[in-house]
Write a protein that binds this ligand. Structure first.
Ligand code: KG4
Ligand code: ZN
Length: 358
């Protein structure tokens, strides 16, 4: 089954063609991040106006690129029959959560195409789709099929959400806990702004922290790990941001900035990993599925990998480029949760939560 995925929940405009929920035939992402860098964050109307301009060319490019060659795991290439509209089985689109103006661009485009092309349309929850970034791959390799994953603990860490969930199987999600204030990505972004770094803040903090040398540890910065010892699955990151502001009242040397960036990463990672381990100890699961933009962070990826090895369970994390928003994960989610609805009924819902069914 070949599905066209469309994603416009935040500042990206993305379209992808995915076969059987796992093999990417094309994956196109147009980002307006350069515009948002100028303002240090996203201005919703600016994002939506850019998406209106990009959506048709992005979908067109995704269809054209799917007409290519297949690269096999053994390095050989085979010709792939060009993709025509009649080869497309369905259209999947993010309906929420996200910015309403941005969501509407994707939803209205998908609805129109579904009507004109007479294709089934599947509404997708963006947060659930992030988990499916773990299932997609660029190279056709049947042996790399991931099986025996569920039940799993999912940690979804993005710019707007931080949620810990129990995934019993596809579409069966129990919410265990989440942030009570800022999301982990938001905390990275706000701390970066405090340090005078660019947007988005996560990669900037990671880059500065990589300059941390052991001799910088003389600065002895100890940021709080809010709620880490509480017997629940919740997080709180706004206090961390306030503590960082306190550290930056005097001008920082480059070495101290690196030490602070490293401590920010460590504090956020400790909180995320601590509660994930608590969930694994409570629920007998087979795997951990990490996802969302913050999952691109190396310290978080490696710490959670080490913990899962210690606990003897499988650990999955998407390739870095699939951690941030893309449409391949939307098409994959639609394949594994195939519930088309009439195009007349599809509507954007900016306030969906991770466990909401559509
Ligand atoms: O999932 P995503 O692309 O968009 C949302 O759905 O929100 O996540 C974006 C977030 C931003 O807050 C960004 O700073 C963070 O992911 N992020 C990172 C890294 N790359 C992106 N955070 C930490 N380390 C990174 N390498
Ligand atoms: Zn996202």
């Amino acid at each position: 089954m070949i599905i066209l995925g469309i994603e416009t929940s935040c500042d990206e405009t993305a379209a992808a063609i995915v076969e059987n929920g796992t093999e990417i035939l094309s994956n196109v992402v147009a980002s307006s991040v350069e515009l948002h860098k100028k303002t240090g964050g996203i201005i919703p109307e600016v994002a939506a106006r850019e998406q209106i301009k990009c959506i048709i060319p992005v979908i067109q490019e995704s269809m054209q690129l799917a007409n290519g060659e297949w690269r096999m795991a053994n390095g050989k290439t085979i010709n792939y029959t060009p993709l025509a509209i009649n080869q497309l089985d369905a259209i999947a689109v993010t309906v929420g959560p996200g910015l309403i103006g941005s969501l509407l661009v994707g939803v209205e485009t998908a609805r129109t195409l579904a009507y004109v092309w007479q294709k089934p349309i599947i509404p997708i929850n963006h947060l659930q789709a992030h988990i499916y970034a773990n299932f997609i791959r660029e190279i056709r390799n049947p042996k790399s099929e991931i099986r025996n994953i569920f039940p799993a603990i999912g940690l979804v860490v993005s710019g707007g959400h931080t949620d810990l969930i129990l995934i019993k199987t596809h579409g069966k999600i129990k919410w265990l806990g989440g942030t009570r204030d800022d999301a982990a990505g938001e905390c990275f972004d706000k701390c970066a702004r405090t340090l005078g770094l660019g947007y988005p803040g996560g990669p900037e903090i990671e880059a500065i922290a990589s300059k941390f040398k052991i001799q910088n540890s003389k600065f002895e910065i100890n940021l709080p790990r809010p709620m880490i010892n509480q017997k629940n699955f919740d997080f709180s990151f706004s206090g961390l941001k306030t503590a960082v502001i306190r550290q930056t009242q005097n001008k920082l040397s480059e070495a101290k900035k690196a030490a602070l960036a490293m401590e920010i990463q460590k504090a956020i990672t400790d909180c995320l990993v601590g509660k994930t381990v608590r969930a694994i100890k409570k629920y007998p699961v087979k795997s951990i599925l990490l996802s969302g933009g913050v999952a691109a962070n190396t310290l978080l990826r490696e710490t959670l990998k080490t913990k899962s090895q210690e606990l003897g369970i499988q650990f999955f994390v998407p390739l870095r480029k699939f951690c941030t928003d893309n449409a391949a994960m939307i098409a994959s989610c639609a394949f594994f949760n195939y519930k088309p609805i009439p195009w007349q009924r599809i509507k954007a819902d900016p306030s969906l939560t991770v466990s909401d069914k559509i």
